[in-house]
Design a protein around this ligand. Structure first.
Ligand SMILES: *Cc1c(COP(=O)(O)O)cnc(C)c1O
Length: 371
């Protein structure tokens, strides 16, 4: 039996007719850009996250970019981000002309280490971007306190964490803005690219909305230079069919995570030195966009899983400070030991909601055989 890392068709099949009807509705309307689907989705997601403003955008990457534009970040500014995340987090900082100031991660959660953030603040710091990696929120109280002391906004990269909570609050509702992605592999995935920016301040939300369409409120009149960061009606319609199921899908991922823990314990794998399961902080919920373990001889384990037909992936093999395109930032190998260790020993296992217990047992047996 092969076990894919992600099986999108298992989610699609039961919703197929509803999804196709939603797509047909948009096609029949011939209204493809910023219509009723996007507006309704924005209202529904603002309510879910608990913010006054949610703006549908073209991708999670563009969400980060337009959020930084709306916060007037640019050349000469420093933006603090973890060195260990999906590329877009730091890529957007460079694209906007600012300098990413990289910090190491907390080895337990893979999220940025607040002590490192505090140490990285300078008079040029213009924002902090905590990433809620793999589906669990970063240490937001500590990060918000540091940012507030420095007088800078916090941009939550919540691209992997829709629905995750921190002390009862939703990811994306704590910082100045929150950025979400609807890339198909995220917990709420579109049939293509899509994203969302939330704002806890209505004025900021309004500016983001204007920047989304070339910086103009009235067509052909531009108060500033924005871009084309719009979400398609087709994607919004698909997302609205999926949204009511998000809670159940998240619960299924959490159930699967608990099942992995039991299976690892049953087989004594948790006793092997160097095998580490994801750490859940008690004051927040983990939505398991990824279930990432650490294993000794990771590359051998990965090769064995792949040879056995089991999907797995290394997120992320190269931290930002070691990326070719960021060499000008001047960080050396060894600069961020926790991120480098995570890059070398972590492995993501299949965790999607429709995964069966038998498939999970097969994954864990394959790891046992390779360890
Ligand atoms: C997916 C992701 C992004 C980018 O989202 P896209 O929709 O793919 O542009 C940014 N940051 C993180 C942490 C992500 O996981």
């Amino acid at each position: 039996m092969s076990v894919p890392l992600l099986d999108l068709s298992a989610q699609y099949q039961p919703l197929r007719s509803e999804l196709l009807a939603a797509i047909t509705r948009v096609c029949d309307s011939q209204r493809f850009i910023l219509g009723p689907e996007t507006e309704s989705l924005e209202r529904e997601l603002a309510a879910l996250v608990g913010v006054p403003s949610a703006v549908g955008v073209s991708s999670g990457t563009d969400a980060l970019l337009v959020a930084m534009m709306a916060l007037d970040i640019g050349p000469g500014d420093e933006v603090i981000t973890p060195t260990y995340s999906f590329f877009a987090t730091a890529g957007c900082v460079v694209r906007i002309g600012a300098t990413p100031v990289l910090v190491d991660i907390d080895p337990a959660t893979y999220n940025l280490d607040p002590r490192a953030v505090a140490a990285a603040i300078t008079p040029r710091t213009k924002a902090v971007i905590p990433v809620h990696l793999y589906g669990q929120c970063a240490d937001m109280d500590e990060i918000m306190a540091i940012a507030s002391n420095a007088g800078v906004p916090v941009i939550e990269d919540a691209c992997q964490s829709i629905g995750a909570t921190y002390k009862g609050r939703q990811a994306g509702a704590i910082g100045t803005t929150g950025c979400f992605s609807f890339f198909p592999s995220k917990n709420l995935g579109a049939f293509g690219d899509g994203g969302l920016v939330t704002a806890t301040d209505e004025t900021l939300g309004k500016r983001i909305k204007i920047l989304r369409t070339h910086g103009g409120e009235r067509r052909y009149y531009h108060q500033e230079v924005g871009g084309n960061f719009r979400l398609d009606e087709l994607q919004a319609a698909v997302l609205r069919v999926k949204l009511p199921h998000l809670d159940a899908w998240t619960k299924a991922r959490q159930t699967n995570a608990a099942r992995y823990r039991a299976l690892f314990t049953d087989r004594g794998l948790d006793k092997i030195d160097g095998v580490v399961l994801p750490v859940e902080r008690s004051d927040r919920s983990h939505i398991y966009n990824q279930f990432v373990i650490r294993v000794p001889k990771r590359d051998a384990v990965k090769a064995h899983l792949q040879a056995s037909g089991i999907g797995c992936e290394v997120y992320y093999p190269v931290p930002f400070h070691l990326q070719e395109c960021f060499q000008h930032l001047g960080y050396a190998q060894g600069a961020f030991p926790e991120a480098e260790a995570a890059a070398n020993n972590s492995l993501a296992l299949p965790i999607y909601g429709e995964l069966t217990e038998a498939q999970q047992a097969e994954v864990v047996d394959a790891i046992a055989a390779a360890s």
